[in-house]
Design a protein around this ligand. Structure first.
Ligand SMILES: Nc1ncnc2c1ncn2[C@@H]1O[C@H](COP(=O)(O)OP(=O)(O)OP(=O)(O)O)[C@@H](O)[C@H]1O
Ligand SMILES: [Mg+2]
Length: 705
């Protein structure tokens, strides 16, 4: 871990300056050329930079140095900075961001750490964006981090600042943890206590960290437990609006149960979190790898594997008071069996930092760590242990006393009887199911039964009854997307049925009114009522028939009137003839009945995309067309409306009359009315009206010949 040249010598060439590359000035920190800013943290800015020596991109984390009072203090800080960075630099693990180098910029009194640039998004950003992660993905990400922490702990390095912002996700699923030991460096920068207390939020701190007690790997396990909780619930377990209230909760309060926030979080996570968030470190997972293993069993749908007995784990868990922040590096909890792995997960020999020249300080630090590792008592072979136990049992005073034969026989009899009772009891009982499992089983049986019944009802077309079943089911499974979708679909059908029932009633009412008028020979008055009835319910065929009859009767009356006028011209006709005026208004169109019996053909076409509404075309008083623009397809759940193109030909009595067109589409608020004035239909002639709708301009056009 050395910059090009002498790394931390204040007189060294590592200088923060701007160089001109063509027209673009480039910011430089040491030998590194800054490309752009990656983000800001509590300690300083993180830059994307280029190492011109090997053309590699690095993330350059700058750490503002405090204005130290004297030279001794500055030297102390720099020694500490090197030591911590060296400690972090010995970590070579696929899920740990590698530290490449450190340096100092004298001009700004800025120290920096050059580390592996990870192209991805940190977990804090992912959570802030509300990106969906499945429970399995969360468990997998946290398990990867737990493995990385376990590796670091086995090297005696505690992270101290595990939080979502320090977990970077590559391609959304591979995790890398960054900022190892940075918290400790920062604590010296900020001139805080030596116990690793740190600026910023205490949200992820363990109780011992808050109390200023010694920290160890279990402190990181607590913080990772909080990250897991936050990922699962999108809430912090110990929230608050002040430092004091958060700290109080961390030290004294239990975390809110997961099920209270989201009952869908699968079983097992609660137990893992409880094993991470125990206030007493001895009651937590003792190794981060235990946490990883527990999470992986939860992913497999099994009960999380139990953490090893803390009594045994104490043997391997050594905490060291961190009193001397100057003379000791962050090498605190040397776990045994540290195996360094390469990116492919293969074991490798310990790597020297900064290439080939690992500084003596790092070697000393590693040696100190090794020296501090608790020596383990050599294990005895099993046979030997068994023999020793037997000898100890034999030595118990009870065995040395003589027992009277009747008492001995009574003891044996009692034991045998007890055994017989126990066996009989076990055999007579069916396997006992835990209370909760029984209840859950009953619920799932009920849910299955309801679902089957509902499906039968749907098949039988009993939509209302099926809806009620699904409603009952949704109380048992309120978050089931299938049940909610079925409820929604059936609800829509019921609603549309209710609407159409109302429409049918209204249609019948209009028809009845029209019929009364028809029977009184008031044909003209009855026509609009029949028309309305037919529009409201196109299935009311009788309304269509009456409409036709009323029109025919009306035409007959009109024809008779015209005939009468032709034979005995009225005063009004005479007046019209003398003035030569012709009236061609839609409502008062002049109709000339043709004496000839040969009808004319009238074809209407209209291609459109409407799924509701209707079209009416009238030639004089004749209704040439009255049709809905839609039709219904499918049954029950698949029932839907689709557009129905119009192509209708009708025979009409040849005459001279206006053509009127109405198009009504309620969903688009279209109420179109158009008149083609006084058109002469000669006997046997064919006419074609093509209605065109322009959806872009929402206008109608008409072609007529
Ligand atoms: N090695 C890296 N590669 C890519 N981006 C990084 C790397 N290290 C840090 N970053 C990004 O730089 C930004 C600032 O990181 P930094 O560690 O300074 O702040 P933090 O972790 O959010 O807060 P704190 O200073 O409290 O640790 C973050 O967006 C982080 O994702
Ligand atoms: Mg960070």
């Amino acid at each position: 871990m050395a910059t090009h040249g002498t790394p931390i010598d204040p007189l060294a060439e590592s200088r923060h300056h701007v160089e001109s590359a063509g027209d673009t000035p480039r910011l430089k920190l040491g030998r590194y050329e800054v490309v752009r800013e990656l983000g800001k943290g509590a300690m300083g800015i993180v830059y994307l930079a280029k190492d011109p020596l090997i053309g590699r991109l690095v993330a350059l984390k700058t750490i503002r140095s405090a204005a130290h009072a004297d030279d001794d203090e500055t030297r102390e800080f720099q020694q500490r900075f090197i030591r911590e960075a060296q400690a972090a630099g010995i970590l070579n693990h696929p899920a740990i961001v590698t530290v490449h180098d450190i340096g100092q910029d004298d001009a700004t009194n800025t120290n920096f750490i050059a580390m592996e640039y990870v192209e991805g998004q940190n977990l804090k950003e992912v959570l802030a964006q509300g990106r969906a992660l499945t429970f399995e993905q969360i468990a997998d990400i946290v398990a990867q981090v737990a493995d990385a922490l376990d590796f670091a702990h086995s090297k005696g390095i505690v992270h101290r600042d595990v939080k979502p912002a320090n977990i970077i996700l590559i391609e959304g699923h591979r995790a890398k943890i960054t900022d190892f030991g940075i918290a400790k460096i920062a604590s010296s920068v900020a001139n805080l206590t030596s116990t690793g207390q740190f600026l910023g939020t205490p949200n992820y701190m363990a109780p011992e960290q808050i109390k200023g007690a010694p920290v160890d790997g279990r402190t990181d396990i607590f913080a990772l437990g909080i990250c897991l909780y936050e990922c699962l619930t999108r809430r912090k377990p110990f929230g608050g609006d002040s430092l004091t209230s958060i700290s109080y909760k961390i030290v004294h309060e239990a975390f809110p149960p997961l099920a209270e926030i989201n009952p869908q979080i699968p079983d097992g996570y609660e137990e893992v979190i409880a094993n991470c968030l125990a206030k007493d470190p001895a009651k937590r997972y003792q190794r981060a790898r235990d946490m990883a293993a527990a999470l992986r069993s939860v992913i497999r749908g099994e009960k999380p594997v139990r953490p090893p007995d803390p009594m045994l784990a104490e043997e391997t868990m050594v905490t060291r008071l961190d009193r001397d922040r100057i003379s000791t590096p962050t090498l605190e909890v040397p776990f045994p069996e540290a195996i360094e792995v390469d990116t492919g997960g293969n074991p490798v020999a310990p790597k020297e930092m900064g290439g080939s020249t690992r500084p003596a300080a790092a070697k000393a630090a590693a040696a100190a760590a090794a020296a501090q590792a608790m020596p383990r008592t050599p294990r005895q072979p099993i046979g030997q242990q068994f023999r020793r136990t037997l000898t100890n049992v034999r030595a118990l005073p009870l065995w040395r006393r003589r027992i009277a034969p009747p008492i001995f026989a009574a003891i044996v009899a009692v034991l045998v009887a007890g055994l017989i009772f126990a066996v009989a009891g076990i055999r007579s009982k069916s396997p006992v199911m835990p209370k909760e499992d029984k209840a859950a089983y009953q619920l799932s049986l009920k849910a299955t039964q309801l679902r089957e019944e509902a499906q039968v009802l749907v098949r039988e077309g009993k939509v209302g009854d099926a809806y009620l079943k699904y409603e009952e089911l949704s109380k048992l499974a309120p978050h089931s997307p299938f049940v909610n979708l079925q409820k929604q679909k059936l609800g829509a059908i019921l609603q549309s049925n209710a609407n159409s029932q109302q429409q049918q009633l209204l249609a019948q009412q209009k028809f009845d009114e029209g019929k009364v008028l028809f029977d009184q020979k008031k044909y003209v008055e009855s026509i609009p009522l029949f028309q309305e009835a037919f529009t409201l319910n196109p299935n009311l065929i009788v309304a269509g028939d009456y409409l036709k009859n009323a029109q025919v009767e009306d035409q007959k009356i009109q024809a008779a009137k015209v005939k009468q006028r032709a034979t005995t011209p009225s005063k009004r006709d005479v007046a019209t003839a003398t003035t030569g005026t012709t009236t061609t208004h839609a409502q008062t169109a002049t109709e000339t009945a043709a004496a000839n019996d040969t009808p004319a053909q009238f074809t209407t076409t209209f291609t459109h995309n409407f799924t509701d509404g209707s079209i009416i075309v009238k030639f004089g008083a004749d209704t040439v067309l009255h049709a809905p623009l839609w039709e219904e397809v499918g049954r029950f759940l698949t029932k839907r409306k689709r557009a129905k193109p119009v192509n209708v030909t009708k025979e009409v009595v040849p005459k001279n009359a206006d053509v009127q067109v109405w198009v009504t589409v309620a969903s688009l608020k279209i109420n179109e009315y158009h008149v083609i004035p006084a058109t002469r239909f000669t006997p046997g002639s064919s006419h074609h009206l093509n209605v065109i709708y322009n959806a872009g301009t929402k206008t109608f056009a008409y072609e007529f010949n």
